[in-house]
Ligand binder design. Structure first.
Ligand SMILES: Nc1ncnc2c1ncn2[C@@H]1O[C@H](COP(=O)(O)OP(=O)(O)OP(=O)(O)O)[C@@H](O)[C@H]1O
Length: 329
């Protein structure tokens, strides 16, 4: 069995279903990207797995970690798993860091909670972690407050806090969205390096396939509460089979602003309370047909590897090749 195995995960809020049966496996040490526009269910998937959704959420299906079932697990068990085995970092570090507590103390608190470290031993480990995440002059800065650090450095401190419990899996939910492009690239490099060094698995949640390709081996593309395509990063870029994946590739922001490559996908993600009858992407899809409007396609294996849910998947043909050249140019 895979290290993390998600099977038929479904979530509804007040009778409105927002996740429609997610299946996903993650291997030990694997880095997987979860990609899609806002509202497609990327965060809810992991919040459900970790028991962090509000009480009104109805969660069904299965998520196992090393064979241990997380859905419906007692709160005490989930609290133990969070931080120690699975850690999560979010988009905005300023909302996660305590503004009136010194950063060293905050990292130290994670060490105490998850590894029982205290006093001098904890302080040495805090310094090591700050060093590991690239905070210069850690000895002096350990006693500073969050507002004395830049946004990028606060995100590094959040990463240090997440690593304090030596997790087997780090879930990074849009960790670089609030940062400018240069800092974003540095944080992505940091996450990649840490993963290589520690061997932990990484789930990288983002709406940006470009950022995902910088850190992940594989990606799952989500749309309207479903996975619509999964493949390794190279194949996904070389031959995106789902029209939505193609759209996301065209929408990758270009760091070099002199080349206007960004082509947003027309239309908007449907409201979960008013999903179309057939394929949820059909109203925005250039390949839309009567069949797509009447039936939702299942995920099917592709000849080029990976799985895709589309009645008319794009072949790995010349179009995809030229798109790849454009993307890598
Ligand atoms: N607590 C909640 N109560 C009601 N609906 C919710 C709640 N949390 C999320 N949702 C809904 O669930 C759907 C999926 O949300 P989710 O946050 O997982 O999307 P996402 O893909 O992570 O988007 P983003 O990139 O904006 O975080 C959305 O329609 C959202 O409005």
């Amino acid at each position: 069995m895979a290290f993390v195995s998600i099977r038929d995960l479904r979530v509804a809020f007040d009778g409105v279903r927002v996740l429609h049966g997610i299946d996903l496996d993650i291997g030990k040490g694997e880095a997987i990207g979860l990609v899609g526009e806002s509202g497609c269910g990327k965060s809810v998937t992991w919040l459900a797995a970790l028991g962090l959704l509000p009480g009104k959420a109805r969660v069904e299906g299965s998520v196992t970690l090393d064979g241990q079932q997380l859905i419906g697990a007692p709160r005490s068990q989930l609290e133990q798993i969070r931080g120690a085995r699975i850690a999560m970092i979010f988009q905005d570090p300023s909302s996660s860091l305590n503004p009136v507590q010194r950063v060293g103390r905050q990292i130290g608190e994670s060490l105490r909670l998850h590894r029982g470290l205290r006093g001098a031993q904890a302080r040495t480990e805090v310094l090591r972690l700050m060093d590991m995440v690239g905070i210069p002059d850690a000895k002096r800065r350990i006693d500073l407050y969050p507002h004395e650090f830049s946004g990028g450095q606060c995100q590094r401190i959040m990463i240090a806090m997440a690593l304090a419990g030596q997790p087997d899996l780090l879930i990074a939910d849009e960790p670089t969205t609030a940062l400018d492009a240069t800092i974003q690239a540095q944080i992505l490099e940091l996450l990649s390096g840490i993963r290589r060094e520690t061997g932990m698995a990484l789930v990288f949640i983002s709406h940006d396939l470009g950022a995902v390709s910088a850190v992940c081996d594989r990606a799952a593309v989500m749309y309207a509460g479903r996975i619509v395509e999964t493949n390794d990063i190279r194949s996904l870029f070389a031959a995106p089979a789902h029209p939505y994946t193609q759209g996301l590739l065209r929408a990758i922001p270009d760091i070099d602003a002199s080349r206007a490559r960004l082509v947003p996908i027309e239309g908007t993600v449907p409201d979960p309370a008013a999903l179309p009858t057939g394929c949820a992407f059909a109203p925005r899809c250039p390949r839309n047909s009567q069949l797509c409007q009447n039936y939702a396609p299942d995920l099917k294996p592709q000849s080029a590897g990976g799985v895709v849910s589309c009645f008319y998947p794009v072949e790995a043909d010349q179009t995809a090749m030229s798109q790849r050249q454009e993307v890598w140019a």
